[in-house]
Write a protein that binds this ligand. Structure first.
Ligand SMILES: *Cc1c(COP(=O)(O)O)cnc(C)c1O
Ligand code: SF4
Length: 448
């Protein structure tokens, strides 16, 4: 039996489903793209030009696949969501438009009005206090040796659940945003701050999405940081490999810039890696695998950070498959985050208990270094903590209490399960503001 035949036989076994990378011309099922050839679909410029930016385009592109009922629910979603719309044809075509209501990709990028829930009473638009811990514009410095740098506020797709919905992607019907483009003067201020702080070794270049930096900008940022003597590691954060792999395959100038920064770093003995964001096996195809082969052959390491979301990846099957499939592509699963308590996300959130149970299920299914750590990034700026490391958990009322001894000595933090997942009695208690305060106080008192 040839190697290829053997692989094809193997992937029929359920345990080996993660080796199955679909390679059909799935976009041809979308009426507007039925005649689009593979070469055209592969072209990064075609993907950008045909990205969906307005809700009425959904109707135009889907034609008869879009029912009036779906359209009015999508329009209602636009009146609530804090994020604008932008979707690459790649992701749009992967949505199951025959059953769009439950589709994990549709949920992430095209929210329905009927699926939103009331925000949690303790939500915050800057839930992680990134703006409070910001010494200069575009920079958050919370941990002693690493900083978060946000050089851009745009992305190739907009996730309706974005943790930085207060900043990213332009104003919507519900949120006014001060969008900044790529502003080199402000970048230099950030580099200056890093230069003056010798404790910093590690820079996360996020946003927004590093995919939206031009090739010269990508190089300028990378090389400016790598030239700082105490910087040892930089990471470009981009969801691109997941939702727009065609750019890695056909935007040679951009990939070349990334490769040059990587080589520049290596010549200094420093790490240049990518952190990406695959959420569910639904969004993984042969295109991602080919993009990863291109990066891997250049020695560029990629890690994955996913957000745990109801209806997207909150089952053992989807989380195990995601972990193994990402690992199979030579991407290292790094974190699975509990959902941040930001606006417009209550329908996506899960309980702490669910996260702990999923972590138990995933651990042991593959190599330890390919097993993600499940974390809760504490509201109020306590930083990321392992989900099982809470100090106290009142599961009945959905209140967990945490400490972050190194990051914020002496401080106590709280995280809350989504109210709709609690018992009817607990839900009633949460409706009474006095009762709610008393419950939180009681939980905190158990710890201090
Ligand atoms: C997540 C984060 C980092 C990077 O943390 P790692 O655990 O090293 O991935 C750095 N700064 C801020 C503010 C962050 O939120
Ligand atoms: S790609 Fe990241 S920064 Fe951009 S909208 Fe999605 S979650 Fe937000």
């Amino acid at each position: 039996m040839s190697e290829t035949n053997k692989l094809e036989n193997d992937i029929k076994i359920p345990e080996l489903q993660h080796r199955n990378f679909r390679d059909d011309e799935f976009w041809k099922k979308i009426p507007a793209w039925s005649g689009v050839k593979r070469e055209e679909f592969a072209d990064h410029k075609w993907q950008v030009k045909n990205s969906i930016r307005k809700i009425k385009q959904v109707q135009e592109i889907l034609g008869p696949l879009c029912t009036p009922e779906l359209m009015s629910d999508l329009e209602a979603g636009q009146k609530i969501t804090p994020m604008n719309i932008r979707i690459t044809p790649y992701v749009f075509a992967l949505i199951n438009w025959v059953k769009p209501w439950d589709d994990p990709l549709r949920k992430q990028f095209l929210p329905l009005g009927s699926q939103f829930l009331d925000d949690h009473p303790y939500y915050e638009s800057d839930s992680l206090s990134e703006d409070t811990d910001s010494p200069v514009s575009m920079l958050t410095h919370r941990y002693p040796d690493k900083v978060l740098f946000l050089p851009t506020t745009i992305c190739p797709v907009y996730c309706s659940y974005c943790t930085r919905s207060r900043l990213i992607g332009g104003s919507t019907e519900t949120v006014e945003k001060e969008t900044y483009g790529a502003n080199q003067k402000k970048w230099d201020d950030a580099f200056e701050y890093i230069l003056r702080n010798p404790l910093i070794e590690d820079v996360v270049i996020s946003g927004g999405d590093s995919y939206m930096l031009t090739a010269p900008q990508l190089k300028y940022i990378g090389e400016s940081l790598l030239k700082i003597p105490h910087i040892r590691r930089i990471r470009y954060a981009t969801k691109g490999i997941a939702i727009f792999p065609q750019k890695i395959l056909t935007d040679d100038a951009w990939l070349q810039a990334l490769t040059e920064v990587h080589e520049f770093g290596r010549s200094y003995g420093k790490q240049v890696v990518i952190h990406t964001h695959f959420s569910s096996p639904k969004e993984i195809t042969k295109w991602n695998q080919l993009a990863m082969e291109r990066l891997f052959s250049r020695g560029i390491i990629v890690r994955n950070q996913a957000v745990l979301q109801a209806g997207v990846n909150d089952t053992v099957d989807s989380m195990v498959k995601l972990t193994r499939q990402v690992g199979f592509m030579n991407i290292q699963p790094y974190y699975v985050y509990m959902h941040d308590m930001v606006p417009g996300c209550e329908h996506f959130r899960t309980t702490l208990r669910e996260a702990i149970e999923l972590e138990k299920a995933v651990r042991g299914t593959t190599a330890g270094f390919n097993t993600p750590t499940f974390v809760c990034d504490l509201p109020g700026g306590g930083g990321k903590r392992h989900v099982a490391s809470y100090e106290y958990y009142d599961e009945e009322n959905g209140i967990s209490v945490w400490k972050a001894p190194y990051v914020k000595p002496g401080a106590v933090f709280t995280y809350y399960d989504p109210i709709h997942k609690l018992s009817p009695e607990a839900q009633k208690r949460w409706q009474d503001p006095k009762m709610r305060e008393a419950m939180v106080k009681e939980a905190i008192n158990k710890v201090s």
